[in-house]
Every structure is written in C-alpha cells, then in structure tokens.
Design a protein around this ligand. Structure first.
Ligand SMILES: [Fe+2]
Ligand SMILES: [Fe+2]
Length: 173
C-alpha cells in the first residue's frame, strides 16, 4: 500500500535501517511533546527526501543520515550531562558514535549526522548539500512538532510506520 507520495523510493533507501534494532530502540524515547525519537527521525528523513529531490541531492545518503541523525539512544529530558555542554550540543557526536557502531556509514552520512544541529554547533557547519538539506528538514520538523503543525502530516507518517516497521515489542508511539 502506498502511504506516502515517494513511498517506494523511501523504502528503497531505508529498508535495512527500518528493520534494525538500534533504530527501533528510538521508539522508547520522547523527542518533542508526544512524538518519539523514531517518529521524529522518520519525519525528518521523509522531509529530507522531498527537499532533497527538489534540490537534486543524493536522497539515499540524505535519508539514511536523517534516519540516524538523532540515534543518541537516551531520554534527553532526564539525561544527566557528562560535561559542561547540554544535550543540544553533544547529541550529534553521540548519535554519530552509535551509528558508526551499528552501521556502515559513508562520509556524507557522517556529515549529515554530525552537522545537523548547526548553527547551534557553530564549528560543525554542514559541508555537503545532503547535510544542509537534513539540517533544514530537522529544524522544520522540530518547529512543526513543537507548534502542533505536524498534526496534519502525522497520520500519514504513523500509518507508514505501522505498515513498514516491524513490531519488536518495544513501546510504540
Ligand atoms: Fe538532533
Ligand atoms: Fe532531530
């Protein structure tokens, strides 16, 4: 069943990641309001696909990096920071470390993950068009989630997740 406009292409880019346990574990963590980290990453990946197609970037790399961009795997609302810098500054490096541990990444996908919080992470400016697209998509999704605009798009994303992501018994959104 086609649930999203670029459903087939989206699956083609992400099928292996959407079946991977570390990615599914993101279901257990809240990102913004009642949106899980996994739902947020699916949303950012899908928006990156739409924007990336329009801008002519490599959508496979953009969507794969986008799906892993917040793979920090902890509840950031109750996370005790290890050093001076809060979650907003440190989680891209943590997500990259986890993503490297579980998946084979190419340099563009690494750029996407590490640079997605720019300009907050001032020194980590996106150097690839794919990273720039995901950086933008992440901000648009976060704003949409926080201000309730995401509600309009949400049924499609949730239906996609229900249909395409296997249930591992972990908490669902
Ligand atoms: Fe993030
Ligand atoms: Fe994000």
């Amino acid at each position: 069943m086609v649930l999203l406009k670029y459903h087939e292409l989206f699956i083609e880019c992400l099928a292996d990641l959407l079946a991977a346990e570390p990615v599914l574990r993101m279901r257990n963590f809240v990102q913004h309001s009642d949106v899980s980290c996994l739902e947020h990453c699916v949303c950012v990946a899908y928006l990156s696909l739409i924007l990336g197609r329009a801008m002519g970037v490599n959508v496979r790399r953009a969507t794969r990096g986008a799906l892993l961009h917040d793979l920090f795997l902890y509840d950031w609302h109750h996370h005790k920071r290890k050093g001076f810098w809060p979650h907003g500054f440190t989680h891209p490096a943590q997500a990259l470390q986890n993503a490297r541990r579980y998946f084979e990444l190419d340099p563009v996908e690494e750029d996407v993950i590490l640079k997605h919080m720019w300009p907050l992470t001032l020194r980590h400016m996106p150097l690839t068009p794919e990273a720039a697209v995901v950086c933008l998509a992440d901000k648009l999704c976060a704003l949409a989630e926080v201000f309730g605009i995401y509600r309009r798009m949400r049924p499609q994303i949730l239906a996609f997740m229900e249909a395409e992501i296997s249930d591992t018994g972990l908490k669902k959104t």
